[in-house]
Design a protein around this ligand. Structure first.
Ligand SMILES: CC(C)(COP(=O)(O)OP(=O)(O)OC[C@H]1O[C@@H](n2cnc3c(N)ncnc32)[C@H](O)[C@@H]1OP(=O)(O)O)[C@@H](O)C(=O)NCCC(=O)NCCS
Length: 281
């Protein structure tokens, strides 16, 4: 293994346009007097259907325009779409309707030629949106494309958190991430579960990822699990129980295969006593 730090790239030639666009979004989402659904629709219309940017209302109502086109442009306004969490019994409508336009902008941007793989612009856009969506968002939050949430408003994260592509952050019961948490591609973090007898019997339980935790690619953390400081869940593992500090847990169900070599000397002892119910693996 060798240390390979990320390179610094020169700004793209279109950089000043991107800066201005991001400034406009930052100002819009931070302004409590702005109608967020309309704002989100205007931003998306410029990107996806610029020909309708100045006449969106009349085009949506125009029977001469094909129905599919009218639906497509109507769906730029989040009031014309439903998101799955809106069906959940415990959805807090006041909170969700406030964040829904921002989630819709986030998800829709990722599906445009401009978005998706465009890392610099995407990271900067999501860094503007995340603090307006999450319960708490620390400094330098970094999310890659196609991250999804349940409510979004039940996410708390510390500083320097990185969430890679195609991660699911199911925050129905709440997700709390400390500083320097890293979640790799295609990982799933859940905070709700269903009874094996009655599917509608749902248990929400906060899932905690403490400072320095790494959830590696394609791993899943189930509801209510606490991954303690510097803990790691290996590729494709399913963490069904708590992970002890500095432990590396792998497999299904995930079990500890090692303690990181940089663990404090007392980490084995501390690990043994951290869970009074001995729920850790
Ligand atoms: C978790 C991980 C880092 C463990 O690496 P490690 O400490 O070098 O562990 P080892 O490779 O020595 O493996 C220890 C044992 O666990 C097993 N194992 C390791 N990773 C496993 C995994 N993801 N699933 C199942 N078993 C695994 C190994 O086969 C080995 O078993 P053995 O003792 O019977 O031979 C690594 O396997 C992994 O999953 N990496 C994911 C990619 C990554 O590094 N991500 C980091 C940031 S994105």
């Amino acid at each position: 293994m060798a240390i390979k730090r990320l390179r610094t790239l020169s700004p793209a030639p279109i950089g000043s346009v991107a800066d201005a666009w991001l400034e406009r979004i930052a100002a819009g989402v931070a302004d409590p007097s702005i109608d967020r659904s309309r704002f989100c629709r205007e931003i998306l219309c410029e990107l996806a259907y610029p020909g309708y940017a100045n006449n969106w209302e009349t085009a949506v109502a125009d029977a001469k325009i094909p129905a599919g086109t009218r639906l497509a442009i109507a769906a730029l306004d989040p009031r014309n779409v439903t998101l799955e969490p809106e069906y959940y019994a415990e959805c807090d409508d006041a909170k969700f309707q406030r964040v829904k336009p921002l989630l819709w902008l986030w998800y829709s941007f990722d599906r445009l030629p401009l978005g998706g793989q465009n890392v610099d612009l995407g990271v900067r856009l999501r860094r503007i949106l995340a603090p307006q969506i999450f319960k708490k968002c620390g400094e330098r939050f970094k999310a890659f494309q196609h991250v999804e949430f349940s409510f979004g408003y039940n996410v708390e994260c510390g500083d320097d958190v990185v969430v890679h592509r195609h991660v699911l952050l199911d925050d129905r019961g709440g997700i709390v991430m400390g500083n320097k948490v890293s979640i790799s591609d295609y990982a799933n973090i859940y905070s709700h579960t269903h009874s094996i007898v009655e599917q509608a019997d749902v248990t929400n339980a906060p899932t905690i990822l403490e400072d320095g935790v790494r959830i590696t690619y394609h791993a899943t953390v189930l509801a209510g699990v606490r991954v303690a400081t510097q803990g790691m869940v290996g590729a494709v593992a399913v963490a069904t129980k708590d992970v002890r500090p500095y432990h590396v847990n792998v497999g299904i169900p995930a079990k500890s295969v090692r303690v990181k070599p940089n663990a404090p000397a007392d980490s084995w002892a501390a690990a043994r006593t951290m869970n009074v119910n001995d729920k850790s693996e």
